[in-house]
Design a binder for this molecule. Structure first.
Ligand SMILES: Cc1cc2nc3c(=O)[nH]c(=O)nc-3n(C[C@H](O)[C@H](O)[C@H](O)COP(=O)(O)O)c2cc1C
Length: 335
């Protein structure tokens, strides 16, 4: 684990004072959340813009058949990139590019440098899949999280009443049950799991067992016993304990259901995650309820927005941190 922590820390050193070669801005962008930690992005550095492009070789077609999460992920990286650029005197403006498979152009113009709290939180933001302390948060804190996420393109639903948390949890568990009984889902998940620190370090991507609260085991053994250990019941029980220990649930709902809005949902999440980090709070995705179409429809009905697509769902509260995740080097993600 020493080598793992050293590598995780090295990825998160402060942003360089001089970002004229732009590569350090890309490093900060890659610290964003991303689905299954597949890092499905490429960055094309131009004279006065950086393009955030999809890397379709890293898509996850089973859990994400329409590339929704992939475009959300590009939005997460876009938000980090704009915050980091702003801190070094470059005002970034994002524009979705529907042509050539979709991507985001972040145009950069000189401005006064401005280090915001969100920028400062980039290296320490990370999901925590731990059990939290079960205590509620003040209405002001919940409102601050909601304000960080909301935008012209994205609506935010905050759920803090215990009865509504239970009703939402039932749908998370229902989605989880469908997924953990699906051979294709489990095979894809297993492909992205890194069963010990050595395997995680060699790949620089994927879901390290330590980040999901699981013990490290030799990868050959992990692959062998994965289906027995990761049973639908065990995983659902774990989800229930995690959600019931949280102060609330947040659902992001794009104003339209298309790649441009999926990118905006990713940006909203990233602002929320950074705001939570600034406030010393933890958060984690519980997307099982939005990944299975039939369950997602039930969630929309439960939220009183039938016909719309709930894009991302998260829990938040006070709790312990978990190990930080790894990233591939910047050289591997520059187009
Ligand atoms: C679009 C999207 C979907 C995600 N879905 C889940 C999920 O369902 N369950 C989960 O535990 N984490 C989920 N994550 C979190 C990623 O696994 C996490 O961001 C990644 O492993 C990197 O870790 P970090 O965010 O701590 O840096 C999701 C992230 C994104 C951006």
């Amino acid at each position: 684990m020493n080598a793992y922590s050293t590598a995780a820390n090295a990825l998160r050193v402060p942003l360089a004072a001089d970002v004229s070669d732009r590569l350090d801005l890309v490093r900060y962008a890659t610290l964003a959340a991303n689905s299954h930690n597949t890092q499905p992005w490429k960055f094309r550095i131009g004279a006065d813009a950086i393009d955030v492009l999809p890397d379709m070789s890293r898509k996850t077609p089973v859990v994400d058949p329409d590339d929704h999460h992939l475009f959300c992920t590009l939005g997460c990286a876009t938000e980090n990139l704009i915050l980091a650029a702003g801190a070094r005197g470059l005002a970034g403006t994002a524009q979705f590019m529907p042509e050539s498979g979709g991507g985001v152009r972040v145009s950069l113009e000189q401005t006064a440098p401005h280090e915001t709290p969100a920028f400062k939180a980039i290296p320490s933001r990370g999901v925590s899949r731990a059990v939290y302390d079960g205590k509620p948060l003040s209405a002001e804190t919940v409102a601050a999280l909601e304000a960080a996420a909301r935008s012209e393109a994205v609506d935010v639903v905050m759920i803090t009443e215990p009865a509504r948390i239970e009703a939402t949890l039932a749908l998370v568990v229902e989605g989880n049950d469908v997924q953990f009984r699906d051979d294709a889902f489990m095979a894809e998940l297993k492909h992205w799991i890194r069963f010990d620190a050595r395997q995680a370090l060699a790949a620089g991507d994927g879901l390290f067992s330590g980040c999901t609260g699981n013990p490290s085991i030799p990868p050959w053994l992990g692959r062998l016993i994965f289906r027995f250990v990761a049973s639908p019941k065990a995983e659902s029980d774990k989800c229930a304990a995690q959600v019931r220990s949280s102060a609330g649930i947040m659902v992001l709902v794009g104003k339209a259901d298309d790649p441009a809005h999926w990118v905006e949902c990713g940006r909203s999440y990233q602002r929320f995650g950074l705001a939570a980090t600034t406030l010393g709070l933890r958060h984690a995705f519980i997307n099982q309820a939005v990944e299975v179409p039939a369950v997602r429809e039930k969630l929309a009905a439960e939220l009183g927005i039938p016909g719309r697509r709930p894009d991302l769902i998260l829990r938040f509260g006070n709790g312990p941190a978990m190990p930080e995740s790894l990233r591939r080097p910047v050289s591997a993600v520059v187009a």
